[in-house]
Design a binder for this molecule. Sequence first.
Ligand code: UN1
Length: 518
Amino acid sequence: HAQGVFQRLGLSPDPTSSETPGVYHGSWGGRGALVDSINPANGELLARVRQASAEDTEDTLVAAREAYKQWRTVPAPRRGLVLQDIGRALEEKRDDLGAVVSLEMGKIKSEGRGEVQEIIDIVGYAVGLSRSIGGSVFPSERPNHFITEVANPLGVVGVISAFNFPTAVYGWNLSLSLVNGNATIWKPAPTTSLCAIATTKIIASVLESHKLPGALSALVCGGGEVGQALVDDKRVDLLSFTGSEARGKIVGQQVQARFGKSLLELGGNNAAIVLPDANMALALPSIAFAALGTAGQRCTTTRRLFLHSSIADSFLASLVAAYKSTASRIGDPLAEGTLIGPVHAQDGVNRYLAAIEQIKKDGGEILVGGKRAEVDAALSKGNWVEPTIVKVANGGRGFKMMQEETFAPILYVSTFETLEEAIELNNGVAQGLSSALFTQDLSNALKWIGPEGSDTGIVNVNGSTSGAEIGAPFGGNKSTGWGRESGGDAWKQYARWASCTLNWSNEVALAQGVNFSV
Ligand code: UN1
C-alpha cells in the first residue's frame, strides 16, 4: 500500500536503496545529515531524508528573497489563480497525501485525509481573499486629502511546524503568505520530513507549471540548527512557530531581538465543562473525540474535564465505558475502524509513562488506562499507550501535572459546583488555547463567551475543543502565545501595512490645526 502511495506522490518507494532530498528552493537537494523517517505504528523505515546543511539554508534564504521580489509584483487576483491550481492539485492527491500523514505521523486515515482537507479549505479561503485583501479608507480631517491603508507584500515568511499537524499548519501559513505576495520557507519537524516533502512536491509542480520560482514554497528539512538559522535571520520577516511553550518563549524573544515579527502557536491545556442541563448524548462523544482523537496529540486536545457534581458519577461511568470500548480499536492507523493510532515517537511513550508515574505519586486515581497498550504482533515495534482517565480531587487545584501539557492521551477529571467555579478552573492554567462548555441554557452560554467567561482564544459551546474550522482565526492567549493563524483577520499579519495620506489639493494643510508658515 505504502509503495503505491509513495510512487503516486513522486517519493522513493524503497528507503533502503535511495535517499530522499529534503531541501527545495526551485530544485531538490540537501547536503546535511541523513535522518530516518519511521512509521510510528510498526517502527518500519519509510525514508532516509537528506536534511539541510548551513549552506543549504543560506542558499534557500537567497532564493526565497529573489522569488519574493518577482512574486510581489504579481497582482493579488492572479496569485489567487495560482492558489486555485494548488487547491486542485491537493484535491487530486488528498487521499495519498493523507495516507503519508497516517504512515509517518500516525494519525488515523480520516484524520490524515482531514488534515489535507484543511489545507484545501484554507487555500480556497486565500483564493477568495485574493479579490478582497486590502485596507480601509479613512476620512481625513483636512480638505481634499485621502487616507487609506495599503497592504503590501511583507517578504519571506519562515514556518517552523510541529509533528502533530505535519501539513495543515504549514498550509494555513503558506496560503496566507502566498496570497499576500510573499515567499515561504518551511522547516518541518524532523520526524515528519516526508509529509513536508510530499506536500512541497505537489505545490512545487503547480508553481513550476506557472513558470514561477519554486522558492516561493521553499523547504529546509532539519533540526534545531536549521530552525535557529531562520529565527536569527533578518531576511525572514515573519516567523511563524508552532511548538512547546518552553521553546516558543525563547523563539519569540529572539525574533523580537532583531525586530522581526513572530506568530506563536504554543501549548494548549484545554478544558471541557459539563453542566447538569447539558445534552449528555451530545457531550459524551464530543468530549471522547477531543480527548482521544489523534491519540491526545492535538494542541486542541481536551486534557481537563470538569463535571458538575450532580452528574459526575453517571457521566464518568459512561466515559470510562466509552474508553474501554475503544481498547479493541487501537491499532494500524490506516485500517478501517481504527480510532486510536500510536503516539508519534518513542519519546512520547516515555513522557506518557513518566506522567503516569508522577500522577500516581501525586495521588491521582487512574480509572482506565495507565500503561503501554497491547497490540497485534505486527505492530509490536510501534509506540502504543492506553488512553487514560485520571480522577483528581478538589477541581485539580494544586495537582501539578494538570498545569502542564503532556502530549499523550491523558484526561484529568474533577468536579465543580457552580459555573463560576468551573470558569475559574478553566482559566486557572497558564495556557489559553481552546475550551468547551456543554449546556442548553442560553444565559450560561452567553456568560461563558463573555467578559467573565473563558479566557481561551477558541471558545466552544456544545462542541469539541478540537477540530476547529479554518474560517475563524486559530490560536490561543496567555502562554499559548497570542498568535492567530488560518481564518478571520489572521492574513493581515502577512502583509506590510502602510497608512497612506494623499493630498490632492494645492494647499498645505497640517493636521491638528498646526500653523507653520515659513
Ligand atoms: C494543532 O493541534 O496544532 O482545531 C492544530 C484542530 C485542528 C488544528 C489543530 N483544526 O484541532
